[in-house]
Ligand binder design. Sequence first.
Ligand code: ACO
Length: 325
Amino acid sequence: MRTYSRITGTGSALPQRAVSNAELAVELAQRGIETSDDWIVSRTGIRQRFIASADCSTTDLAVDAARKALEMAGVTADDVDLIVLATSTPDQVFPSTACLVQARLGIRGAAAFDVQAVCSGFVYALTVADAMIRTGTYRRALVIGAEIFSRILDWTDRTTCVLFGDGAGAVVLESSIEPGLLSCRLHADGSQAKILCAAGRVDSGQIVGDPFLRMDGQAVFKLAVNVLDSSAREVLADAKLDVTAIDWLIPHQANVRILSATARKLDLPDSRVIVTVDQHGNTSAASVPLALDVAVRDGRITRGQHLVLQGVGGGFTWGSVLLRF
Ligand code: ACO
């Protein structure tokens, strides 16, 4: 009998401090940087973001989200045999944040590793966990996206620092005879690495190169809009489904203009797109599982619906997962 993977629980976590555009504008003005709520809302749709305090780690947010997902799935940490965690802001060079989460949850022996695909990270992690479960070797995975992007932002660069926020989202993915994940497709184009990068590294006890996120916003915008539409069509074609079968599109939450353009190209009404970027900003690998959890908990997403989850970001990377919830 064919084995599928299926999401049985979702969870998310945000730092305590929400920072509105107006508050951010005041903070940036103190550094001589000019921005405004009007500019940020009209260009991005972002109204606020959550910023982690100095004592909050990526692991803290990931553990919080994972516990909520386990609770919704009705399972305990002991039942987990795989942790795949997507992040570009790990707490340490190594061990992986997945291992730190494993220890905090008191899980022993389960496989645990990080996936690094920036804003596509969660979709990459979900695809990897799905493949591992379908082999029959693993039964129950925690798949997590967790980020503290505020620590790699140059707070004197208004073209990037207003866009991002911190957070985490998680799902429990279990082996099932019913689908489940129907199609996963991933892509990358490393020749576009420079349009979105944090190029610095630790070398001989020093940070060498630029440690901050840098982005060519317009190049990213154009690429994102082009690939999200074709990527959604690719997973639908795999499952022999039409766009009309999509109950909810959950793209990476970078910018409402990117979300609307993608919906338009797919001929999908905006009302079928989950949007949380207004509340969370761009939380990179955390954005898709955060948006998923919000819409599951507020009752919009219900069992049996078809969802398309989409990642796009640094690398350049992109991909989609089509699933029956
Ligand atoms: N506040 C006020 N003014 C600003 C700000 C700011 N925060 N940032 C830039 N500006 C100014 C610029 O200096 C420029 O001024 P000028 O005309 O005097 O030179 C003007 O606004 C227009 O700048 P543009 O860069 O042309 O603005 P654009 O309309 O392209 O919007 C943005 C910029 C929002 C970054 C857009 O390109 C975009 O959304 N790109 C997609 C990138 C994205 O969302 N990335 C997230 C990470 S990638 C990912 O997750 C896939």
